[in-house]
Design a binder for this molecule. Structure first.
Ligand SMILES: [Zn+2]
Ligand SMILES: [Zn+2]
Length: 454
């Protein structure tokens, strides 16, 4: 009895996040994420084999290629699960929901507005909405800084925190044995450009009430820094553009399609330069349409396109009218089907012109696949003699100094580092020992940690 923490995915490696929290005999699952590299590789090989109408992806196939969390770890607890709660809309946190929910009939999926709206679109795209109806999985939207009661013993609170996608939350599970806080993906940004800074007031309050266990992301725990703000990225972009000769040159840019705050900065910069701003690519269209539906921002001052004929028309117009366009497109990781790669591969009637400006407001995700794809793209862009500017970017993840501030605010009894392997989690352990805050437990996927026994 008491609280048990059960890491399912994202503890030995960075992705495929999922954690079960057991309170007596009731369980909630936090996050149901994909391991993106494995997922994308698997999708690509399938497309090669079954070019005509590929069959729908299913959980068992995806588990075999290690693209989804292994819910067989908690087979004995499947019937005890009361809710599945994605912390935010990144695919390594929510992307496995369409597949993993097959184990959890009649169980609701609960999250903040952006997360749930994205999930609805994702389910429709993957044609899983009917399955959800059949399994009677209700989708419940809870506002930031609000709570929802799951049972007599479990109440969930979504505390707003900044990250790199709207409506990210520190999910807090209030139980009779104390509270468990799940801060998996956050940064502390005072000037986030969209939405408010983190809800420090509530975090401090909970810290005073007492936190039983804090599950903390450790992706950048090996960097002894405070992660810079989105405001710094804006300043950096403006400064960079003021130094380059943009006359009669097209400006191309790329960033994470889900990073609405960054896209806002880019759009505003383009408009400030009196250029016509375009968002080009399917995933940009998806994430921005969720943002406009929720009135986070409107995109009335720019054009959003993704069809090949529209891109052809745009590039035609660009070639006749140099120096007028500000084109934000998909492909910052060098993804082969993205707009950037397709322009570079001459898949359209027009392409880049020498001295055009290419700005990457992103960093390459350090996986073998992404590093390889990006360097291939970069080679092609260099061949076109583009002026390439990289790393106009700040991470969405906390550095070690931010973790220090978080630990001091929350003062947890136990600390469980998540979202990385031992190379990173060890840094959080060292920090908590140095500060003498929290007993750190380093865990692996499949472990079961009863907090009463620790
Ligand atoms: Zn994230
Ligand atoms: Zn993540």
């Amino acid at each position: 009895m008491g609280i048990e923490i059960i890491p399912i995915g994202g503890y030995n490696k960075v992705e495929g996040n999922s954690t079960a929290i057991k309170v007596d005999d009731e369980v909630v699952i936090l996050d149901m994420g994909l391991t993106m590299d494995n997922f994308v590789n698997y999708q690509n090989t399938r497309e090669l084999i079954q070019e005509e109408r590929p069959s729908r992806l299913n959980y068992s196939e995806l588990l075999k290629v290690d693209a989804v969390p292994d819910f067989y770890h908690i087979k004995d607890l499947h019937k005890n699960v009361k809710a599945v709660i994605p912390s935010h809309a990144h695919l390594d946190h929510v992307g496995a929901v369409p597949f993993g929910m097959k184990f959890f009939k009649k169980v609701p999926v609960i999250g903040t507005p952006y997360t749930m709206e994205f999930l609805k679109r994702d389910l429709l795209d993957k044609k899983y909405n009917k399955t959800f109806d059949r399994y009677d999985n209700h989708l419940i939207t809870v506002n930031l800084n609000s709570t929802i009661k799951i049972s007599d013993k479990i109440t969930i609170e979504f505390i707003h925190v900044t990250h790199s996608i709207p409506d990210s939350a520190i999910v807090t599970i209030h139980t009779p044995y104390g509270s468990v806080m799940y801060a998996v993906d956050y940064k502390l940004d005072e000037y986030p450009q969209i939405g408010n800074p983190p809800n420090y007031q509530r975090l401090e309050e909970i810290g005073k009430e007492g936190v039983k266990c804090l599950i903390l992301e450790s992706l950048y725990a090996d960097y002894d820094i405070e992660t810079p703000s989105e405001e710094d990225v804006k300043k950096d972009l403006h400064k960079t553009l003021s130094k380059v000769d943009t006359d009669s040159k097209t400006i191309f840019l790329s960033t994470f399609s889900s990073h609405i705050a960054r896209i806002k900065t880019l759009i505003e910069t383009g408009l400030m330069m009196n250029r016509e701003v375009y968002l080009v690519g399917r995933s940009l269209s998806t994430y921005t349409s969720v943002a406009s539906k929720l009135n986070l921002m409107n995109f009335k001052n720019c054009k959003i396109i993704y069809r090949s004929n529209e891109i052809n028309d745009l590039l035609e117009e660009v070639s006749n009218n140099r120096g007028n366009h500000f084109i934000i497109c998909t492909g910052h990781q060098g993804e082969p089907h993205s707009v950037l790669s397709r322009i570079a591969d001459n898949k359209f009637s027009n392409s880049f012109m020498p001295d055009d400006i290419m700005i990457f407001s992103s960093s390459v995700i350090p996986t073998e696949q992404n590093q390889k794809s990006f360097s291939e793209l970069e080679k092609k862009l260099t061949h076109y003699k583009l002026n390439i500017i990289k790393d106009i970017h700040a991470s969405g993840h906390a550095g070690l100094k931010d973790h220090k501030r978080m630990l001091k605010m929350l003062n947890p009894e136990f600390l469980i580092p998540a979202h990385a392997g031992i190379d990173k989690t060890q840094h959080l352990k060292n920090l908590s020992e140095r500060l003498n805050i929290g007993k750190t437990i380093l865990v692996s996927n499949g472990n079961r940690i009863n907090l009463e026994d620790e």
